[in-house]
Design a protein around this ligand. Sequence first.
Ligand SMILES: [Zn+2]
Length: 402
Amino acid sequence: MNKSPIDSKTAGQRNEKLVLNLLKQHKQLSQAQLCKLAGLGSSTASYIVGRLRNKGFILETPGQSKNRGAKPVILSLNPHGRFIIGIEINPNNILIGLFDFNCRLVEDIKIFLGTDNVPEKIVELLEINLLGLIGKHKIDQQKLLGIGVTLSGSVSPDGLVELSSPLGWKNVPLKTMLSSQFNCMIEVHPTRVRLLAEFNITPELSTKNILYLNVANGVGATVFMEGRLIAGSTGRCGELGHIIVDPNGPLCGCGHKGCLEAFISGPALTKKIKTEISEGRQTILANLIKDEDNPEVVINKWGNALKKNDAFALEIRNYVGNFLSKIASAAINCYDPDTLVVAGYVTIPCFEYLANAIKTRFESDLYDDSSRSIEIIPACAGKNALITGVAASVLENSIKNR
Ligand SMILES: [Zn+2]
C-alpha cells in the first residue's frame, strides 16, 4: 500500500530526529555507522543527511582511513546550526545563557534585579537582553531552537508558574507571556532540570537511578529513576526541604515551622551563624563575616574557617551533617537510588565530611543496607547548572521522537 504524503512527511521528520539524536549521543559517526545504528538503508540515510546538511543542522568532514581511496565522511552536529537560550530567574538576578547546538555555553549574562520582580517587568527585561545577546553574536532568530526558563517553584506542564515563594509569584502564565514575544519552542521548568547539566558533563550518569540532594538557598531533591526525571502528580516530588524535623523549630518560607530548609539552607545557616556571633560566640568567623549578609558569601567564609579547624565552624558542619544524613537516609528508603549526587553551595566546603556522615548512617537508618550499593558524588556543573540543564531539556525535547 502506498503511503500518503502526510505519512511520508512524518516518517521523514522522524528519521531526521533519529539521526540528530544519534549524532547528539555519539558526537561523530560515519554514514555506515549511522545506517547500522538507525536501521536505515544507505540511500535513505544519504537523503536524510542531505536534508539535514541543507538545513545547516550537521557537518560533514573527511575522516581518517588506513586504506587507499576515498576517505570516509564523518558526520557531526553543526555547533552553529542552531542555538538555545537557557534562563534562570532568581529573586535578585536573572542569568541568561546562549548555548550552541552541542549544548556548550557560548556566553552568559547576569542581570541584577531591584526589589520589583513583577512578571511583566521580568519578561520585558528578558526580551531586551535576549535580543541583545543573539544580536551581539549575529544569530538570526530563525536559528533559535528554543528558550528554556527555570525557577524555584511549582510549574504546570503548560508553563504556568503555580507558585514560586522566592519570587512571590502565583499563577503566572510565563510560557504564554514569552510566547507572545518569541516565535520558537518555549519550556518553563522547576529547578529539577539542573540534573540534566550533570548528564551533559557525565553522560554515563543518565543510566543510574539518582537522588540529587541540593542544599543552597532552598533545600530539595531531584529524583531520576529508570531513565526519567520524576515530577509526581503535582510536580512537587522531592520536596525534602519541607520535611518537618522539629515542629518547634524556626519558621520556614513555606509557612510551616521546623522544616529541614529552615535549619540548613544557606540563609538559615547564615542567620544561625550571625545570631551566635552576636551572642558572643568566639570564632574567627566573626572577623571574616563582619556585616556580610549574602548567604553565599557567608557560607564561603565558613568554608575558610573550616579549613582552619575553627571549633564553631566545625560545630556548624556537624549540625548540617546530622540533619542532612538523617533526611538522606529517609529519602533513600523511599526512592532506592544507586547514586547520590550532593549539590549546592552549602555542601561545597565540606562534601567529603557530608558524604561520610550520610554513609555512616546507612547501617542504622537504611532498610536492608547490606543489599544496596550507593555511590555518593559531588555535583560538577557549578554555577551554570540551571541554565545548562534547562537548555539541555530544550535540546532533548526538540529532537525527541514522540
Ligand atoms: Zn517549609
